[in-house]
Design a protein around this ligand. Structure first.
Ligand code: A3P
Length: 321
């Protein structure tokens, strides 16, 4: 499909359709490198992590986070999805995109973008765009924008966190399931055992760790700010349609009586279901190719259930896979 001209569109649009038309590379000021070299560091899981404002960040991402804090300008209507890795980001991206873009792309449309591209191609990953110096691609997106980050809440710029026009949707999951999911996701490409991963996680040293601070940061703001909402993967599995309704209400696009009568919320859930997405050609082939990591699209879909940790972790003495 030809790249879309963003100027005449209303968002969110599939990111990949717009991004390919945007050139431009921003460089990192030297002072950012100086900041990085002064931060505490630790080698964990074959990666160098830096402790930046309480969070363990992959070294290559620290300058990106500084750039994001200093350069990112939120716009009214922006919706930011946030998550620790392996907590249902792919699913949330698909649901949020299908919900926000339902006017332009009804969920039963045979040409729906989620049937031709991976959810990560529909919704941009800000951390990676700033790492690659490609944040101009975010500027090119028409409003309202839908974006995603793995950053801790405490690392987001105040222009986002103190902004009632910018909504934040966080998804979390039982950390034991998250670690099992992460292990299966990376085991072919990373030189560490599950015990290494488990022990590092217990020390807080995983990318964007500690996991508990990640959760508490978004959980506490979801309790105090009407512009933040927290979803739990396990609860979404039990009542996906209820969560899609809540999502639509939260972002200011509640379903109308006509939408409900037409079954739109249920159609969105069906379109974004594990089996439907896993079977799409865009998800059985192709890959996500970032500056720091690359993964085959199919690896984003494994089991899609809650509680799989019992099949993988010995509850008495921690971890063995
Ligand atoms: P499992 O490895 O436990 O199966 P992320 O998208 O943040 O990387 O999280 C990946 C987890 O979400 C994986 O969990 C994956 O199978 C699951 N997942 C992906 N798409 C899903 C969907 N449409 N519905 C439910 N779970 C999904």
């Amino acid at each position: 499909m030809a790249a879309l001209s963003a100027s005449c569109l209303v968002g969110p649009v599939p990111f990949k359709d717009v991004a390919t038309a945007v050139d431009g590379h921003s460089s990192t000021p030297e002072e950012y490198e100086d900041i990085v070299s002064g931060l505490p560091s630790s080698t964990a899981l074959g990666m160098v992590l830096r402790q930046y404002r309480g969070s363990w960040v992959i070294q290559e991402r620290v300058t990106a986070f500084i750039s994001l804090q200093r350069r990112f300008t939120p716009r009214p209507g922006d919706v930011l999805l946030a998550s620790p890795a392996k907590c249902g980001t792919t699913w949330l991206k698909a649901l949020a995109f299908a919900t926000m873009a339902r006017g332009a792309y009804p969920p039963t449309d045979a040409q729906h973008p989620l049937l031709r591209m991976n959810p990560h191609e529909c919704v941009p990953f800000m951390d990676e765009l700033f790492t690659a110096g490609q944040d101009a691609r975010l500027e090119a997106l028409p409003s309202p924008r839908l974006m995603h980050t793995h950053m801790h809440h405490s690392l987001l710029p105040a222009s986002v966190t103190d902004n009632p026009d910018c909504k934040i949707v966080f998804i979390c999951r039982d950390p034991k399931d998250m670690l099992v999911s992460l292990w299966h996701f990376v085991k072919g490409v990373r030189p560490f055992t599950f015990d290494d991963l488990f022990n590092s996680a217990c020390e807080g040293k995983t990318p964007n760790g500690p996991i508990w601070d990640h959760l508490i940061g978004y959980w506490s703001t979801s309790k105090t700010s009407p512009d933040n909402v927290l979803f739990r993967y396990e609860e979404m599995l039990i009542d996906p349609v209820g969560h899609v309704r809540e999502l639509a209400r939260f972002i200011g696009q509640p379903f109308s009586h006509a939408d409900e009568a037409a079954g739109i919320p249920a159609d969105i859930v069906k379109l974004c279901s594990f089996d439907k997405l896993k079977g799409q050609g865009a998800n059985t082939a192709g890959s996500y190719d970032g500056k720091v990591f690359s993964f085959a699209h199919e690896t984003f879909f494994r089991k899609g259930v809650a509680g799989d940790w019992v099949n993988n972790i010995d509850a008495r003495d921690g971890a063995t896979l």
